[in-house]
Each structure stands twice: as structure tokens, then as C-alpha cells.
Design a binder for this molecule. Sequence first.
Ligand code: FNR
Length: 396
Amino acid sequence: MLRRTAASVHDYRLTAQSILPRTLFEYVDGGALDESTLARNTADFEEIYIRQKVLRGEKVDPAGPVLGHIASFPVALAPIGSLGMLYPQGEILAFQAAHAAGIGACLSSFSVCSIEEVMPEVGDGDAFQLYVLKDPGRTEEILARATAAGFRNLVITVDTTHPGMRDRDLRNGYRSAARPSLSMLLDCAMHPRWFARSWRSLGRGLGNFAHWDGVGSGLIAQAAYMSRQLKTDLTWSDIEAVVKRWPGRVVVKGVTDPEDVARAIGIGADGVVVSNHGGRQLDGVMSSIAALPVIASRYSGEVEILFDSGIRRGSHLLKALALGADGCLLGRSYAYGLAAAGADGVIAVLEMLRKELTMSMSLAGVTSVEDIKKRHMACVSLREARPNVSALVGFS
Ligand code: FNR
């Protein structure tokens, strides 16, 4: 239970920080190298002002389509690895919370609960996320299991041909150690709320791969092993082969350059996620929100344009929609909620963001997602003091 009423995603972040062992909190919270892209992802939203039109007197409905289905507001849960370590059965709880809130979710292939454990508990398989592995046989095994499980969307992540270099993880020994170190064990013991709920699942690893030769046992060893299995020489033709093989919709996640969006469209993708992986991969790449407008102005209507990285407020959702996103994925925002209070925490975060979006829309004088899209850039303006950002996001 939370000690005080949480008023924002930031409050859930602080609660997660107090409950989780430091290694786990920093795994969730951290970004690549100097974390400059991580910081800009959220900070750049503050360079964009919402244009307010008062006294419109109309009812606001934030529902909108995401990943091929109407959501109660235009978001879905992004794939996040190892959720089951933040809270036992974390992947199942996150899906159930998403469905209770009327939105969809995407299961990470690096989940603690396997595809076969999650699907019977959640009913609806909105999306599964794939990392293409060096071994084509193993990639095919995962694809076959995801197909058999009935996921409608396949989200192929393309910005992780090398695992992100994260100083915080390095310092904590996460992914470099073969087994939990003494300091990790002490860290766990010093967080009794987390330990009391999690000790039974401490032996668990990455459920989808636990039966593979060489993978080792436990999360630390398996995460280290699997990060070495990512296909480092991945190309667009590899992605095209997966698009041809998958029976449902395919979304390419992790593009920030318009030329890459053109390539994704060229190989038959149904959607893209404009994303820099929450600042966890290439530090120094531009914020996702700065990358979005040029992509949307060129390719809107040709492909579903989803957006993630840096969303912590409902007003951020409004800004992303106004800059051309068809829908958004939430990352750390819901992970903090899960770590703080399980499914209740995820539902509370979703409810909070939905309310913030609805209020922002109402106060700004827009009534629906369609309305935001129609008025597009007329919904927002940039702080004049930032001509460099103006150039980046295509404002004159
Ligand atoms: C991620 N992300 C991610 N993406 C993916 O495609 N597969 C994965 O397994 C993971 N794992 C993962 C773990 C953690 C701890 C985080 C924080 C993120 C990236 C995720 O899907 C999304 O792109 C970002 O989280 C969006 O940024 P924000 O909203 O967290 O700022």
C-alpha cells in the first residue's frame, strides 16, 4: 500500500524507489551513458505549449484506436522486460490492469512469465514484442509460440542490435554478473516490502528461454546470456522476412529517422513506434518528441504512427497526438505503478493519465482524438526561446 495518496506518475516513481532494491529500481529508471537522451525525452515536452481555446462547452471523449483496436484513451502498455521481478506475476498483472482500463498491452519477449503462462490468464493477446536473435531457429521458435498463442500484433524492436550501455546497471553488476553478488543480496534484504512479496519468485528467470541450452539459471545469468544472443548484424531484409512470416499486423519499434520509417513502410509494416527506447540505447539521439513531427508530416495515413519515450503526464499525450502520433505507448510510467502496488498501481497510473489527458483536452477546447488530429499543430506552439528545437520539430 502507498503511504500517501499518489498524485502523479512522479509520486509512483518515488514509491517504487523506496520499495525496490536499488539494482532493480536503477534497471527500470536508468538510461544509456550520460542519460542525456533520457532527460531530453521528458524535458522536450516542456518546449511545446498547448494552445488553449476556451468556452467550447462540448463533452470530451479521449477514446481512440491503438494497435488496431479502440482504446478508452489512445495508449497501450509498452513491452518492458523482467516485469515479474518488480512484482510477482508482473506481466500478467500489467496485462490485466491494461484490460481493466480498456487499453491494450505488449508482452516483452524478455518477460519473466512466459507466453504460455501469460496468455491463459489475460485472454486477449494484443501484442508480442520480438528481439531477432542470432540463431534463426530460436527466433522461429519464439515466433511459432507467439503465433500459436494468438497475438494479433507483432512488435519488432530494431534499436537494440547491441544491448544499451547503462552506467547504473554496470555499477550495480546487472547483466555483467553471472549470479547475484553479495551486495545485490544485501540490497534485496534491505528492501523488506519487496523481499516479502518476491522471495518465492527469486529463482525465476526469463520464462520464454528458460529451457534453452546454455541460458543458465536465474534472471541475472539469463539476462546476461540473452543480451549476447541479440542479432548484431540485423538488416531490413531480416525484418522483411519476419513481416512475411507473421500472420497478423507488424509494428516496427525504435525508429526516429524519416528514412527508416520509409524503409519500414517499404517492407510492409503496418505500424512504427517513434521511439528511442526511453533513452536506454543510443545516448545523444534526439528526443522522441522532437523526432515525431517530421515523420508524422511525411507518413501520416500510410502507416500507424505510435509514439513513446518520456511520457509522464496526460498533457504529454495531448502534445504527442497534436504532433501527429496516432497513439502512444507507456513505458516507465506503468512500471513504477506496478512496482509500487501491483495491478492496482498500474490501474491507478492509467486512470491518472486518462484523467489528465481528458482535463487537458477539455481545458484546451478539443473534444476527441480525431479533433486533435484535425487541428494538428494548431493545438500546440513552441516556446520562442528555442529556435533550435523549432527547427528540429519542423515549426516555422
Ligand atoms: C524497456 N523497453 C523495452 N522495449 C522493448 O522493445 N523490449 C523490452 O524488453 C524492453 N524492456 C524495457 C525494460 C525497461 C526497464 C524499460 C524502462 C524499457 C523500452 C520500452 O518499451 C519503451 O520504449 C520505453 O520504456 C519508453 O520510454 P519511457 O516511457 O519509459 O520513457
